[in-house]
Design a protein around this ligand. Structure first.
Ligand code: NIG
Ligand code: FE
Length: 417
């Protein structure tokens, strides 16, 4: 077993699966699998072994193998960001400022601002301009330690424009240094052209789901289920079309109001239920029963100013918890998973170790990649982060610090600018 990369003398967090290959919940939610004086070895971008002490010396090494002594620093799985809206143009400074003076997020949307403002700016951007923005954001995420990244469309609304944006995402994905998981956010807001005919729009979305699947443009379909936006019953035919086409379902569920979207997500066997700040106890029970991860998005609670999801409720109910940046220009303009970790601890009440699990192995499960990444275990992708500290809890503690020292995606350094 040859190695071409060894990181040694680490405080190693493996996040290795416990009994079964499933997201961590309840008592296991904080288990980062720490190994003192640990090492991880990889070959051709795949982890070949982990251990502690001098065991790595027995590995056969390729002639050009890199052996890195990290001098006691933390080595952990690369972050998985399972919910972003990175494909957009334009910023929303005015809306941000207006909301800080009391304007309501859904009222702004209703008046044709909010998501619609970003839709206009994104439609006006050429493919090349949008691609350049997206590439920059993917590169920034990689530098911040993200090795697997979901990217949604959703700022096109009209199916043709959504398809254009998904094709731009596909181009960015093809050249990305990290793994990009595309999602068709087909139901983000009702396009103004369809204001009087919701049904016609939903038919178009169903038709588009099939095109998206045929062209391999997305792995999942998403919908914003919220008061005044879309109802669960409107999502049902789209969810069915997604299932028939072999695509996963994910939902923006109960972000601002409890509209029963979390239970609905569980009933529809969604890949994850996201936001869930206002999910009911029944919703939590349904997610726990189905072992569906809840993706908490503290950034949007922070920037919009609504009460953040209470992570302790989810952990107590045995729901697997993941976290994401939700990076978007409206509700969550934050950068990088370390920021999301610090906010998840500070606002949602996760412990630092629970937040690390939520940002790695559980987030990988939220993207259907629980067996491929998110843990440093033989056979997984060598997606690795080296922190500039010997205590990983610093991620939650030193908000804004540049703690990510090295980033490897499939064994290749991706953070060198
Ligand atoms: O995850 N709330 C729905 N969608 C996004 C925000 C979209 C926007 O305001 O541009 C979210 O919060
Ligand atoms: Fe979102």
């Amino acid at each position: 077993m040859e190695a071409d990369l060894v990181l040694r003398r680490a405080r190693l967090l493996t996040c290795a699966p416990l009994a079964e290959e499933k997201p961590r919940s309840g008592h296991a939610a904080a288990d980062v699998g720490a190994v003192a004086d640990g090492w991880v070895a990889a070959r051709d971008g795949v982890v070949t072994a982990t251990g502690h002490g001098d065991g790595w010396e027995a590995l056969e090494r390729s002639i050009d193998a890199r052996v890195v002594d990290v001098e006691g620093r933390v080595v952990m799985p690369g972050f998985v960001d399972p919910h972003t809206h990175l494909c957009y143009a334009g910023e929303r400074w005015d809306e941000f400022a207006a909301r800080r003076s009391g304007a309501d997020y859904l009222a702004v949307l209703e008046r044709g601002g909010g998501i619609h403002a970003t839709v206009r700016a994104t439609r006006d951007a050429s493919d090349e301009a949008l691609l350049a923005l997206l590439r920059r954001r993917i590169a920034d995420a990689a530098v911040a330690g993200t090795t697997t990244l979901e990217v949604k469309s959703g700022y096109g609304l009209e199916p043709e424009e959504e398809l254009r944006q998904l094709r731009v995402i596909a181009r960015a994905r093809a050249s990305a240094p990290i793994d990009v998981a595309p999602t068709y956010l087909g139901m983000h807001a009702l396009p103004t052209r369809h204001a009087d005919d919701r049904r016609a729009f939903l038919h178009e979305v169903v038709r588009t789901v099939r095109i998206v699947a045929e062209e391999g443009l997305a792995e999942a379909v998403d919908a914003f289920v919220e008061k005044g936006v879309f109802e669960t019953e409107e999502v049902r035919p789209v969810a069915k079309a997604a299932r028939d086409a072999g695509l996963a379902l994910v939902l923006h569920a109960d972000q601002l109001n409890d509209v029963g979207a979390t239970e609905f997500a569980a009933r529809m066997r969604a890949r994850s239920a996201d936001h869930v700040a206002n999910a009911s106890a029944d919703g939590l029970r349904a997610l726990a029963r189905a072992a569906i991860p809840a993706v908490l998005l503290p950034g949007s609670a922070f920037f919009v100013g609504y009460p953040p999801p209470d992570a302790r409720r989810f952990v107590a109910a045995d729901v697997p918890v993941a976290i994401a940046t939700d990076h978007n220009p409206g509700t969550s303009p934050l950068e990088g998973m370390p920021t999301a970790i610090a906010l998840a601890v500070g606002l949602c009440g996760l412990t630092p170790h629970q937040a690390i699990v939520a940002a790695t192995i559980n987030a990988a499960h939220a993207l259907g990649r629980g067996a491929r990444t998110g843990a440093l275990v033989k056979g997984r992708r060598a997606d690795v982060v080296v922190l500039e500290t010997d205590d990983e809890r610093e991620l939650a503690y030193r908000l804004g610090a540049r703690l990510v020292a090295q980033v490897y995606a499939s064994g290749r350094r991706v953070d060198a600018a």
